[in-house]
Each structure stands twice: as C-alpha cells, then as structure tokens.
Design a protein around this ligand. Sequence first.
Ligand SMILES: Cc1cc2nc3c(=O)[nH]c(=O)nc-3n(C[C@H](O)[C@H](O)[C@H](O)COP(=O)(O)OP(=O)(O)OC[C@H]3O[C@@H](n4cnc5c(N)ncnc54)[C@H](O)[C@@H]3O)c2cc1C
Ligand code: FES
Length: 512
Amino acid sequence: MSEKFNVPTELPRYPRSMWRTGTTLPTFPEMKEDIKVDVAVIGAGIAGVTTAYLLSLEGYKVALVDAGRILEGTTGFTTAKISAQHGLVYSEFLENFRPEIARSYYEANIEGLNFIREMVQTHNIDCDFKEETSYLYTNQEDKLDDLRKEFDAYQELGIPGQWHDSLPIPVKAKGAISMPGQAQFNPIKYLKFFVEKFIENGGLIYENTTIEGAVYGKPIEAYTIDGKYRFYCNEMVVTTHYPFWNVPAGYFSRLNIERSYAIVVKPETTFHGGMYLNIDDEKRSLRSATYEGEEVLIVGGENHVPGKSDNTFDHYLELEKFAGSTFGASEIPFRWSAQDITTLDKIPYIGPLSSDYPFTFIATGFNKWGMTNGTFAALLLRDNIIRRSNPHMNTFNPGRFNDKSMSQNIVTGLKMAKEMIAGKFAGAHEKIDNLEPDEGGLVRHNGKKVGAYRDPEGELFLVDTTCTHMGCETAWNEAERSWDCPCHGSRFSYKGEVLEGPATDPLERIEK
Ligand SMILES: Cc1cc2nc3c(=O)[nH]c(=O)nc-3n(C[C@H](O)[C@H](O)[C@H](O)COP(=O)(O)OP(=O)(O)OC[C@H]3O[C@@H](n4cnc5c(N)ncnc54)[C@H](O)[C@@H]3O)c2cc1C
Ligand code: FES
C-alpha cells in the first residue's frame, strides 16, 4: 500500500465482507424478457429476500430482482447484531410521540428478533445464531444524563433492562444499560436458507438487473434500464435500500444516510461475551463471531456522511487502535465499510408508498438496525399484501408527514444545493502524472477538473464526477476506490459503474 495513505500492513489492502467470503450463494440469470408475476420484489437484501420468501409461502408468484448479486448490498456488510436496543431511540420517541408509538417500535423489533429465532430453531438453520445480552454504554460524563433518560424510558415502556456502573469487558464505561435476550448471527448463512426455499416454492430470481422506474397502472410495469424489459405485476415491493425514484413521494428529501466501518480482529485476550454499542462522540460497536472455527471480534464505528471524510483509511486506523489497545489484535483478516439510511423521525418507512400508490410498497430507513427492522418489514409487507391487519401499520406508515418533516425537506434541499455548488468549485489537487499506482482523486485534464484513478498496473481511469442522480459532486473514497455522493449516497466504482443507488446510470467515462 502506498505510504501516502499511511496504512499499516496489518489492515487488509481491499475491503471484503467476512459473511460474503465464508458462504457461497447460488447465482441467477439476468432478466432477458418481459415477465408477468403477482408481485415483483425489487432489491435482494434482508428485507427483500425475507419478503419474497414469505409471499411465496402464501402462494403468490413472486420475482425477486437485484441490480447486482443478491445479498451484496448493506446486508452483506452489516455487523448483524439482532437487537431491539437501538441507541437512545426510546427516550427520543417518548419526547416526540405518544408512548404507544415507542412501545409499538420496540414490540415490532422484538417480533423481528423472535421470527429469526423461530426460523433458526424450526428449520435448524446453521447460521451461528447465539443469544447475547446487548449493552448500551457511555464513558463520557456529559452523556450520562442521556443514558439515564434512556433507562427511564425503558422503565416507562416496560422494556427489560438493567443499569450497570461498568462493563463485563475491559472497555471503560461510566454507565451502561443491559438488554437481555438479544442475539447475533451470520446473516448470509441465515438468508441463504430463504433464497433456497424461495426457489423451491417456485420463486424467480434475477441478478444484474437494475430497475430504473415504473408505470403505476394496472398492472404496474417496472422497467429495466432504458425500458428494455418489464415486470408486469399486480403489486410491487421496493426494498432497494434507497428508493430508486425521485418522485413519487419525494423520498430523497426525507432520508439521511451515513457510512460506518468494521474490522474483524483475532483478539489476544479472552472476550467475555455480550454485544456493545456506545453513545459517545467516537462511536464503537463490538460483538464476537466465528471465523474458520476461531472466535474473532467485529469492531465497528466511525460514522460520516458518504463523500465527507478527509481520508477514509483513517477510520479503519482508529478502529484498529481501539481494538489493539483493548483486546490485542494478532491479525485483522477483514475490513469493510457500508452505509445505512435513517428517516426523519428514526422510525422506518414500511408500507404503501402513499395513498395515491396503494399497490406499491416500500421498506427503508432501518437506522443501522435492519436485522430486526428489515425482518419486521417483511412481516408487515406480507400482511399489507395479503390484506391482514397488523397492529404496527400506523407506526411505520411511510405516508406520515408532520411539520418537522416538511421543514427537514427545506433543510435537505438547501444542503443539496450547497453540495452542488461547493463541488463545482472544489479544487483539483493532483496532476495526472503525479498519481501513484492505486491512487485516485480530482485532477486537471485538458483544462477541466475530472476524477482519476490509476490502478495497481498503472492503467488510468477518468470519469466526470457529477453524480448521475441529481447532479451533486461525488468525492473520492480512498479505502474503497470509489466515487461517493454526499447528497443521497450513490456510489460509483473508479470505472464509473453504479455500486449503490439511488443513481441507476454510471458516471460518464472521459477519454484519456
Ligand atoms: C456498518 C454497518 C453495520 C450495521 N450493523 C447492524 C447490526 O449490527 N444490526 C442491525 O440490525 N443492523 C445493522 N446495520 C444495518 C443493516 O445492515 C441494514 O439496515 C440492512 O442490511 C439493510 O437491508 P436492506 O434489505 O434494506 O438493503 P440492502 O441489503 O442494501 O439491499 C438492497 C438491495 O437492493 C438492490 N438495488 C438497489 N437499487 C436497485 C435497483 N434500482 N434495481 C434493482 N435492485 C436494486 C441492491 O443491489 C441491494 O442488493 C448495519 C449497517 C451498517 C452500514
Ligand atoms: S445527487 Fe442524489 S445521490 Fe448524488
């Protein structure tokens, strides 16, 4: 690795998910003809795969389609704690909503956890499922009041939890709340079971098939890039993480997105169990896992808006320092980063797109808790489609709007305008000839500012860095070798290909 990035040799050179590396999934064809089904499920992460499976059990003819390989979105790069302990959400919900809403959110997430547990036990799914206690902690004096308020919220809502003055592991804490009976697993091994069963039930899966838009008639027509092929369906479920359209329902101004980081460490000391998350300025998350028969630790944290970090390698270095000084780290076999979405009020949008689009359903905004929220989303979407009532429908209704969300629309619009303008005037730091192998950034080329990356073999790749979604400027991500957009989180490879939406079109390639 180039010394310019100051990367120690302990960190793997390229990001790689432990879950994806350890499990081989079946492959599926690209869509090459028009297809008629009862339900098209767009996006094969935990929400899409679970929904498709549940609908196939109900006797629906279902097609599941993904722009890339299945389970290669955020679900392939999660830390996979299955928990209803989600930071400080319960005290925040009690401040903003009636207690019934906060309780409904908790119960829905416990339903997600119980569904996963039941599936693992009933079908004997080999996915390293393990019951654990969750801990939320702080080591900052100025955060103790927030943590106490969260504990008070547990008591008001009847959520099982206990206060502690320290943690059972060698991480300093001034206070902690434990939540018993939570769990962890290997999400890809778990979801592989659903993929196989879905196919056995007559389900269709298409990979490398991007859906670009839809005509909302009867039937709905969901079309691939340039309208080449169509799914004709009575109902459409959009589980693409970020919705792929700008209208209807203006989701792009109602969602915030954040990247975070994980490393897998072979510890030099014994880990005494539990799953941990702090509420401090430097975010840290911890859990154990099994890799090649050995216990390893997944150490996570370090959040930022995509495209908004001076050097993305630094975040891994911070995690490495923390892991090394706390548990010792004899080896770091994996590193990865990923991003997740939060809604304006931190409750996911799950249900019909809006009253104008009653046959199109969405599930997004899991606030980094998609194992339980995403599983519950599948249960709720199934109930929506089979017209079964569900006590949590109103809590998660995507159509909820209030004054706070309208003012956030304006804030988001202003933020985007700022990104567009700032990006256009950002300087190009490098001359093309100065780029080392495996280095990228903005350069001047034929009098214009362009994005450049020189691969390890010396080949140069030039792109126009203007995001094809809505025109914000993307920024270079050193650790992933990608161009990331700060506005709604679209990401592009150094060749310009779409890695993550909402963009569906690649960056424009520039001639050398
Ligand atoms: C670093 C990190 C750690 C996390 N840790 C935890 C944790 O410990 N516990 C927890 O509960 N949650 C955790 N989360 C959150 C959780 O991983 C996510 O909420 C969840 O995986 C999202 O699942 P999904 O199905 O919505 O999206 P994804 O898994 O991203 O799936 C969406 C799919 O849609 C496809 N797609 C996108 N656009 C299109 C299109 N136009 N056409 C066709 N297909 C398309 C994509 O290719 C992708 O495969 C974490 C998140 C991050 C970033
Ligand atoms: S402008 Fe929306 S993701 Fe880039």
